[in-house]
Design a protein around this ligand. Structure first.
Ligand code: ASP
Length: 370
């Protein structure tokens, strides 16, 4: 379990820890357990962005959980802060667009007790895809809606559809990418190195924060009844081929939750995660009794072992990309693990002691480019 710095900072609303949970209409009965303290874990952007307000994602979600709100509603309210914040260029409004300059968003949510889930992929025009994913879960018999169908569904449910989710910044980044890279966008079958120099140069020159290179927000939580839930939302891989869908909206890849075992979500190279359904795998490792850190590292090891194409390996034969997992087990213990470490590689946590950013536990030494 991650070591929690027991700071004096105590959230005022934590006094409400004994408040009974408010249940939303239509929610199925849950698997209940007593004596679990609420925790919210997320990618680092969950404690970086406030969208002009006073609280970050993990703070708001935690407060709402201790106030007795529905767990998934609380987590989605948290990630909405990041989706709506134009400063986070990897999620929602102002997310990095695809190769055509269009912002296409992926999201997924899951309740671990009812095992209900909803997802949307390649959704255009809605700033908060996580809410549309939740609407798919609540109002349909399906799990995943994509593209224009997902947008029509959102429109029918009253979501505001905008013509363009770009900000000046995301448009400028796209134009720069287009100018430099268009001729090489599609993979050359004879090429052995995938990480283009241009991509890394552009990231280094234009991103204010190295975590932005790994995009996406995943946020998982446990409530007083021991119920688990999670949500992952993203603009996906920058400059992707239009309609490319990553791991974020795919159950088992970018997110998986079971209140008997754990909640796991991911950021980083989605394809690696899709090839291994690693969030599901890590939840199964938790079910077998592994600690969150060991389970997460075992999931990363599976990705490493299955990364066999030379174009995806560095000079040491190791993965030349980053993947991170945010792991919470049914006992309320958690860990953040990533393929590689680094001074700025952190995840966010909020407990009764307040929010904090903690270092990710790396599987491998060095960097993806060594
Ligand atoms: N996992 C996301 C995707 O592949 C991207 C990211 O987290 O950077 O779409």
């Amino acid at each position: 379990m991650a070591k929690i710095n027991r700071r004096a900072f105590v959230l005022a609303n934590a006094i409400g820890l004994t408040a009974p949970p408010r249940r939303s209409f239509g929610r199925a009965p849950a698997v209940l357990r007593q004596s679990v303290k609420p925790i919210v874990i997320s990618s680092a952007n969950g404690h970086r962005f406030r969208n002009g307000g006073t609280q970050t994602c993990v703070e708001l979600a935690f407060r709402r959980i201790v106030d007795g709100d529905d767990l998934l509603d609380a987590l989605i309210a948290g990630v909405n802060i990041v989706e709506l914040d134009p400063e986070d260029a990897s999620v929602g409004y102002g997310g990095r667009p695809n190769a055509d300059g269009v912002v296409q968003l992926d999201a997924c949510c899951m309740e671990g007790s009812t095992h209900r889930a909803g997802g949307v992929a390649a959704l255009e025009g809605v700033r908060t895809p996580s809410k549309v994913a939740q609407a798919v879960m609540l109002h349909t018999d399906h799990h995943l809606l994509v593209g224009s169908g997902a947008q029509n569904f959102a429109r029918q449910l009253g979501f505001n559809i905008e013509a363009d989710l770009n900000t000046d910044r995301s448009r400028r980044l796209w134009l720069e990418w287009k100018r430099r890279t268009d001729p090489n966008h599609y993979l050359d079958p004879n090429r052995t190195v995938a990480q283009s120099q241009v991509d890394s140069e552009l990231l280094a020159e234009t991103l204010s924060d190295t975590d932005e290179a790994y995009g996406t927000i995943n946020c998982n939580g446990i409530d007083l009844q021991g119920q688990l839930a999670g949500v992952t939302t993203t603009s996906g891989l920058a400059w992707k081929i239009p309609s490319r869908v990553g791991d974020s909206p795919i159950l088992g890849a970018g997110l998986y939750v079971d209140s008997q075992a754990g909640a796991v979500g991911s950021t980083g190279r989605g394809e690696a995660n899709l090839y291994n359904l690693t969030s599901f795998l890590i939840v199964e490792y938790l079910r077998q009794g592994m600690s969150p850190q060991d389970a997460g590292l075992a999931g990363l090891r599976r990705i490493q072992e299955n990364t066999r194409e030379p174009r995806l390996q560095n000079s040491r034969g190791l993965p030349n990309f980053g993947v991170t997992f945010y792991v919470l087990n049914a006992a309320g213990e958690c860990a953040g693990v990533s393929m590689y470490g680094g001074s700025n590689r952190t995840y966010a946590l909020c407990t009764e002691n307040g929010p904090e950013l903690l270092p990710l536990e790396p599987l491998l030494d060095g960097t993806p480019n060594d």
